[in-house]
Design a protein. Structure first.
Lengths: 384, 135
């Protein structure tokens, strides 16, 4: 059991509109998400003294110049560099800062403004750019097509197994007014969609878009003065470059920190009312379910077959539709699940509310390099 | 005229690898401490974190760990060649190398475990890269 996160509360969350294109600079999207999150907490920008930002398209700005743009004076900053694992990682680090008095109110957010072409041509790390790019690897679609094919071969998973999860998420998205893809998805349409990088087809791949997600963390002293539902961080963890010597280990480290995370939280997978997974590709959702202990290695397909993953089901997953149906705003894909989990636990999810949700887990994954993502994170949240 | 293909950014660390490829030879770094082969080119040994490395020729043989048929390349320069097969090859010496298959195969072929050997393909003027053919 690790040290807990006593004295820290999640008090707000905000999400901008998700749009296929926008004229707005990403800096404005960051402000919008921060503004929405602070309003949901009953706080204002003058209350903020900590800021964490993850954003691929922020340069030449950075988290420090963003304090200048927004007129904030901060004593704690964090610029996330782990892609889709960063949002949760920054929350866990912010919680430690708040526990030790280094900050009182921290906004953690992620944002990006991408379309398909700009996402394909983004500046990439050496593992991808220099040792995959010159061979025409197909960007992330190629990377995860190779992961998916090997996973299917090793564990006997089928396209239908992945399809069931994608279809459940689409059903959830149909209840989310901010999701970009809200038309019903049938198994036939999933299986016969346009091939992208075999075995991946169109609905295995996210829709790059523009938007931002944010949460607000506060000290107990601040939180007790607010008239909003209070959430606690029950446990969490992160891991980077695991396993160091195997690109096809079907893990990024969740199983290395899950026991500590669950024992700190005092609960386990069976006690979760809902799950938010990093769904850049369905195969990685399977890997996260297995890594966090919801199923044995190779057993996620059976788990999905045995459960209903919609908001009315036995194992609600990605209750807002996830990146696969709501859209992936670049690095904000690492926080769409955080926004969704906080909104659900505050019982503010409207038509897609999971009835009586008390506890949930959200995971992050990112920094795709040579053949795989290097960073994994997760945290468990619960109503205080 | 198609756009130029994206080529690797050359550094003091990786230049010997690409120079050997241009000469039609596959060379990898090997760690003088733990004797393991290394790919992609590194600043130090990723197996033992030691800093003394040498460049050695390798066999050019390996087996396909996994693969995909890329239909939507990441850069327009590849569009005329698509679809094509991208490979993850486990080299006989240990490391995993991403590359392309030159042998024509059925679109739905399962190539996992198939033996391959290196060939070199000129992908930009004067720049040859290691591709693989079925052995």
């Amino acid at each position: 059991m690790g040290p807990g996160y006593e004295g820290v509360f999640v008090v707000g969350a905000g999400q901008t509109a998700y749009e296929k294109r926008t004229e707005k600079p990403v800096q404005r999207l960051i402000w919008e998400a921060a503004d929405l999150a602070l309003r949901s907490a009953g706080l204002g920008f003058r209350d903020v003294n900590g800021l964490g930002i993850t954003c691929f398209t922020l340069g030449p700005d950075n988290v420090t110049t963003m304090t200048e743009h927004m007129g904030l004076t901060c004593r704690w900053l964090c610029q996330g560099l782990y892609g889709g694992a960063s949002g949760i990682s920054a929350m866990l680090q912010a919680a430690r800062a708040i526990q030790h008095g280094d900050a009182d109110v921290v906004v953690v957010l992620a944002a990006d403004a991408f379309d398909v072409s700009s996402h394909m041509s983004m500046n990439r790390n050496p593992g991808q750019h220099d040792y995959m790019g010159p061979w025409g690897y197909g960007a992330a679609n190629g990377v995860f097509a190779m992961q998916t094919r090997l996973y299917m071969q090793e564990f006997g998973a089928t396209r239908e197994d992945f399809g069931r999860l994608c279809i459940a998420q689409r059903e959830n998205a149909m209840l989310n007014p901010n999701a970009l893809l809200r038309t019903p998805l049938t198994m036939e349409a999933y299986l016969n969609a346009k091939p992208i990088a075999d075995p991946l087809r169109l609905f295995d791949c996210v829709l790059p878009c523009c938007g931002a997600d944010a949460v607000v963390l506060a000290s107990e002293k601040v939180a007790r003065g607010l008239d909003v539902p209070l959430l606690r961080i029950l446990g969490g963890g992160e891991m980077h470059n695991y396993p160091a010597d195997d690109i096809y280990g079907f893990s990024a480290g969740w199983e290395m920190f899950r026991d500590r995370m669950w024992s700190t939280a005092g609960c386990g997978p069976r006690e979760m009312d809902l799950v938010q997974l990093y769904d850049d590709y369905p195969v990685m959702e399977f890997v996260q379910l297995e890594g966090m202990g919801f199923a044995p290695r190779g057993g996620a397909g059976k788990l999905i077959r045995d459960n209903d993953c919609t908001v009315r089901g036995t194992l609600p997953i990605n209750t807002g539709g996830g990146q696969l149906s709501a859209g992936q705003c670049g690095a904000s894909g690492g926080m769409i699940g955080v926004y969704e989990l906080v909104t659900q636990l505050r019982h503010e999810a409207g038509e897609r509310q999971v009835a009586g949700a008390q506890r949930g887990v959200v995971s992050g994954y990112g920094q795709v390099s040579y053949g795989r993502g290097l960073s994994a994170s997760a945290c468990v949240l619960g109503r205080a | 005229m198609n756009a130029m293909k994206p080529m690797p950014r050359l550094t003091a660390i990786n230049r010997p690898f690409f120079a050997a490829c241009d000469a039609g030879e596959l060379k990898l770094q090997r760690c003088l401490a733990c004797h393991k082969h290394i790919y992609f080119p590194r600043i130090c040994c990723p197996h033992c974190s030691g800093g003394d490395l040498e460049w050695v020729p390798i066999s050019g043989r390996g087996t396909i760990r996994t693969h995909t048929l890329v239909r939507r390349p990441q850069h327009e320069s590849f569009f005329p060649e698509a679809p094509y097969t991208v490979l993850a090859v486990t080299l006989e010496e240990g490391p995993l190398m991403y590359s392309r298959l030159t042998t024509p195969v059925a679109e739905d072929a399962n190539l996992i475990g198939r033996a391959v050997r290196v060939v070199f393909s000129e992908e930009a003027p004067g720049r040859r890269l290691p591709f693989f053919e079925l052995a």
